[in-house]
Design a protein around this ligand. Structure first.
Ligand code: GZL
Length: 322
């Protein structure tokens, strides 16, 4: 009888132990809900943009963040539609890389009403209500344009006639790089901008527009200022097809510092490229996590960029990440 009692008590104790262990494991193994981020990207207009998208996707994967990616295909209305969809889905945060500066207030007000924080990445927006986004993270385009103008003033070597390939019309990048370069030239009246057209940040258009500029101005062109490397690399094809030497007959100054452009600096075809780092993933997601923890973040955060020319391009090339 006594043995029977002991065996029953042991059985109950064993059962209790299994149950309690199971519950506690379930408790400590409880998975926090994954963060869901909606990302409205401009499109895929350049190597820079591709690297930017890749950084956002790879880092989300690494951090276990669910990234809902929308390719705007270079149309603002597609980006607006994507933001509306993110609001409907109830994502935890929205990242917008705005293709142009204006036209965002209405849709950002809808995100605010849904209490979904918005991070503006890469290009700035103009808005009547700064509370419509939590923070801007990007590069200082005005500084980039100034660095190019200053480099040119020191290294033009007597060349004076400049043509400019502008980025996407209405984008903060094109607006600021154009304004800064023009301001920089004011201090160097010997440098003259003789023509300026948009190539929409695209390699193919950089080539087409440069072909037209060479037809129109011929050997008068001594310097090319491109708002990004993709257009500069397209223009190089046009310059070579015209029997001219890029980097020598026509000095080329540009922005982004993608690996192919830094290589072109080493090859003497591009004379200087100012970095505009596209690898935003880590910074964007660490900032979103701070926002979701209700921590205060700065309203504007800028990447550090540097200039590459014949003095430092070769040393930098092996470690370029994009
Ligand atoms: C700059 C970015 C620009 C790049 C281009 O931060 O917005 O758009 O300079 C890209 O290469 O297309």
């Amino acid at each position: 009888m006594k043995n029977l009692f002991i065996r029953a008590a042991a059985a109950w104790l064993g059962l209790a132990f299994v149950l309690l262990t199971g519950l506690s494991l379930a408790g400590c193994g409880k998975h926090k809900k994954a963060i869901v981020v909606g990302f409205a990207q401009t499109g895929a207009e350049s190597a820079w943009r591709t690297a930017n998208t890749e950084s956002m996707k790879a880092e989300a994967e690494l951090q276990g963040i669910i990234l809902k990616f929308a390719d705007g295909q270079s149309k603002q209305e597609n980006q607006i539609r994507a933001i509306r969809s993110f609001v409907t889905q109830g994502v935890d945060a929205i990242v917008l890389a705005p293709i142009v500066v204006t036209g965002w207030d209405v849709v950002l007000r809808e995100a605010k009403r849904a209490q979904i924080p918005v991070v503006i990445m890469d290009r700035k927006i103009e808005t009547t209500d700064e509370s419509l986004y939590v923070t801007f993270i990007g590069s200082d385009f005005y500084k980039e344009g100034t660095l190019v103008a200053d480099w040119l003033a020191k290294n033009a070597g007597g060349r004076t006639k400049i043509v400019e390939l502008q980025g996407e019309p209405g984008s903060a990048a094109a607006n600021e790089r154009r304004r800064a370069f023009a301001d920089g030239l004011k201090n160097h009246p010997e440098l003259k901008l003789i023509d300026s057209q948009t190539g929409n940040f695209r390699r193919s258009e950089g080539k087409q527009v440069m072909e037209a500029l060479i037809k129109k101005h011929g050997k008068e062109i001594e310097i090319l200022y491109a708002h990004n490397d993709d257009m500069a690399l397209g223009a190089i094809q046009a310059i070579e097809e015209a029997g001219l030497k890029p980097g020598k007959d026509i000095l080329i100054v540009t922005i982004d510092a993608i690996k192919e452009a830094v290589q072109a600096v080493v090859d003497g075809k591009i004379n200087c490229t100012v970095e505009c780092n596209p690898l935003f993933g880590p910074k964007i997601y660490s900032t979103i996590k701070q926002i979701l923890r209700k921590e205060t973040v700065e309203k504007q955060m800028y990447n550090q960029d540097e200039l590459f020319d014949s003095t430092n391009a070769a040393a930098a090339l092996p470690t370029r990440k994009y």
